[in-house]
Design a protein around this ligand. Structure first.
Ligand SMILES: CC(C)(COP(=O)(O)OP(=O)(O)OC[C@H]1O[C@@H](n2cnc3c(N)ncnc32)[C@H](O)[C@@H]1OP(=O)(O)O)[C@@H](O)C(=O)NCCC(=O)NCCS
Length: 235
């Protein structure tokens, strides 16, 4: 049986380039969202939140042919936003100056974008040892030291995208599923002890990302995927 491809649209939002729209985006936020924005201590975090919320509402409103002010999110148990009474699926991730917003007609997804910052102390390997599955740590340790940072974020973004697909946050143990750590080969969910059925129903993909960033998406579908990238400007 040939399956028709899943159409995934990925919007790349460069936060500094749309900051001039901040006041307009603020008018799209409801009272709860404005209250959350006001709880951020730093302007940078508050502005990022407003831009990401505003951009999500603008893009969803375009898709639904409505006004951004009429887009109201519902939330899963661990905070994953969704739209009630609609099949549209979406997820957003932000890191430093960029946010990625994935949107699709009906297939649940999780997206993760990370800035490949330098490690604090003993390199990424220590963090991998603490948080990743033993097999992932072993694969990472076997790589030359100068290849480990990219592989670490390749692994991290896939794991986080998978967690975000499920919407469970860190209640889903990071060491109970494994992904392909090698950034030069396709992303892949290799094992999940907590939900083995996922191997036959979910896929991971690397996404193109700006220099020094890595990004991945997880989809609840094993059909081929067709990813279209868009730059978020003039919205
Ligand atoms: C939300 C969560 C799932 C991801 O947080 P994060 O990495 O800080 O943030 P991201 O930029 O990727 O995503 C944040 C966005 O995802 C969406 N989101 C919020 N809760 C979510 C959830 N439970 N599931 C999926 N998406 C969620 C929101 O749009 C949110 O944007 P907002 O913060 O402006 O509201 C967080 O609860 C979490 O558990 N993170 C795991 C962190 C970690 O240590 N990962 C290690 C991976 S190896």
């Amino acid at each position: 049986m040939t399956r028709s491809p899943v159409e995934l649209n990925v919007w790349k939002i460069q936060l500094s380039k749309v900051e001039d729209q901040l006041d307009r985006y603020k008018t799209y936020l409801n009272q709860d969202e404005l209250a959350r924005a006001n709880r951020f201590l730093f302007d940078r975090d508050r502005n990022r939140f407003v831009i990401c919320r505003g951009a999500m509402k603008v893009l969803l409103a375009e898709q639904l042919d409505t006004s951004p002010t009429l887009i109201e999110f519902e939330y899963g148990e661990k905070g994953k936003p969704y739209l009630a009474r609609n099949t549209i699926e979406f997820n957003l991730s932000h890191a430093k100056d960029w946010a990625y917003f994935g949107i699709n007609d009906s297939i649940p997804l999780g997206i993760d974008l990370e800035f490949m910052r330098p490690p604090a102390h003993n390199g990424w390997i220590d963090i991998a040892k603490r948080f990743f599955a033993p097999a992932e740590f072993k694969s990472l340790s076997a790589l030359p030291v100068d290849a480990q940072a990219e592989a670490f974020f390749c692994c991290w973004t896939q794991k986080e995208a998978y967690i975000k697909l499920h919407g469970d946050g860190l209640s889903l143990p990071l060491d109970q599923f494994t992904v392909n750590v090698d950034p030069t080969s396709p992303a892949k969910l290799l094992t999940t002890t907590w939900n083995p059925a996922d191997l036959g129903q979910s896929r991971l993909y690397h996404l193109e990302a700006p220099h020094f960033y890595r990004a991945s998406v997880a989809l609840r579908s094993v059909s081929p995927i067709n990813i279209t990238y868009h730059q978020f400007i003039n919205h």
